[in-house]
Write a protein that binds this ligand. Structure first.
Ligand SMILES: Nc1nc(=O)c2c([nH]1)NC[C@@H]1CN(c3ccc(C(=O)N[C@@H](CCC(=O)O)C(=O)O)cc3)C=[N+]21
Length: 294
């Protein structure tokens, strides 16, 4: 058996096109333009690529995009001042502070300062808590994109065994919470898990989000399972060039799984598409407008 490759890039294009139509309708019917601000601290080349992609996609969807770049020597007070300024700016409906932040800046303090209504990353504790108890919330983009791909492939997720490998605040924990809300039986596995291969073998859905290149092996996968690979790792290839791999040994897993997301072209593009969708959602909530159904 060979798995279906889930085309996250193509799926993301359809989501972005829908967001574009929604923005068009908001402009035409309400003279209203959603705005997203992305704050990037430091010069990390990978982060710069992501931020550039986010800005490009935001503009392509017809929204206002503001990019704020700060030196990696910036103080926490300066970052907080930028967040406060964006909180008070009525043309900005979404704020994303790219993580990680340099060590002199307390990430929790910065995330806590973002107005929860503008928190398009869904990282604020208010949104984490609201999502957990089933209230309307801003939902983290990567887990949201993963759920969209899973539902597209599997339909109703009720009763399926889902194993999330990784327990980060930005992916693992919110992913598990969203799967639970879809009525999955959820296991969160991590570095202290005993017999991780055996735990993963019980999964109908595997979400790998550990940040370790190709850690999840093919013989850990239950035949026919759906595998979502959140990892993006740059490793040295045989030819000396760097190449991008996920947290799953793709070729091995592909031979066993029912469906699998590739890296690149899987979860990454869906993350950006969900960021745009979240920005429209946040903007409509702030303006008291219904989200256009187009
Ligand atoms: N506050 C915050 N929110 C984030 O959502 C956030 C963040 N900080 N910090 C960094 C990570 C990383 N991230 C990615 C988004 C898209 C791709 C993406 O589009 N990847 C493409 C291409 C990757 C490439 O070529 O380098 C793909 O997988 O096909 C990757 C990574 C969002 N992050």
């Amino acid at each position: 058996m060979t798995a279906e490759i889930i085309d996250g890039k193509a799926f993301a294009e359809t989501v972005k096109a829908r967001v574009g139509r929604q923005v068009e309708a908001l402009k035409k019917n309400h003279d209203f333009t959603p705005g997203l601000a992305v704050v990037l601290v430091g010069e990390d080349p990978a982060s710069q690529v992501y931020v550039r992609n986010k800005n490009k996609s935001t503009v392509a969807a017809g929204m206002k995009s503001e990019e704020i770049r700060l030196a990696d020597t910036v103080s926490e007070e300066e970052v907080l001042a930028v967040v406060h300024r964006l909180n008070d700016d009525p043309t900005i409906h979404g704020i994303l502070v790219q993580l990680p932040l340099p060590k002199q800046v307390d990430e929790m303090a910065v995330l806590d300062a973002i107005n929860p209504e503008k928190d398009v990353d869904g990282f604020h504790v208010i949104n984490t808590g609201r999502q957990a108890v089933g209230l309307p919330a801003m939902v983290p983009c990567t887990p949201l994109g993963c759920i969209m791909m899973l539902k597209d492939r599997l339909g109703d997720l009720s009763g399926l065994n889902a194993v999330v490998v990784g327990r980060s605040n930005i992916v693992g924990k919110p992913m598990a919470s969203l799967l639970l809300a879809e009525n999955c039986t959820v296991t969160i596995a991590h570095s202290r898990t005993k017999d991780l291969p055996a735990v993963v073998r019980g999964a109908d859905i595997v979400v790998a989000a550990v940040g370790r290149p190709e850690m999840v092996r093919g013989d850990w996968i239950k035949p026919g399972a759906t595998v979502i690979d959140v990892g993006i790792n740059r490793i040295e290839g045989e030819n000396g060039k760097t190449r991008l791999v996920g947290d799953v040994a793709f070729d091995e897993a592909k031979a066993v799984a029912g469906a699998i997301t590739p890296v690149p072209g899987g979860v990454g593009p869906m993350t950006i598409a969900c960021l745009l969708a979240n920005t429209v959602t946040a903007a409509c909530r702030q303006a008291g407008l219904e989200e256009p159904q187009v």
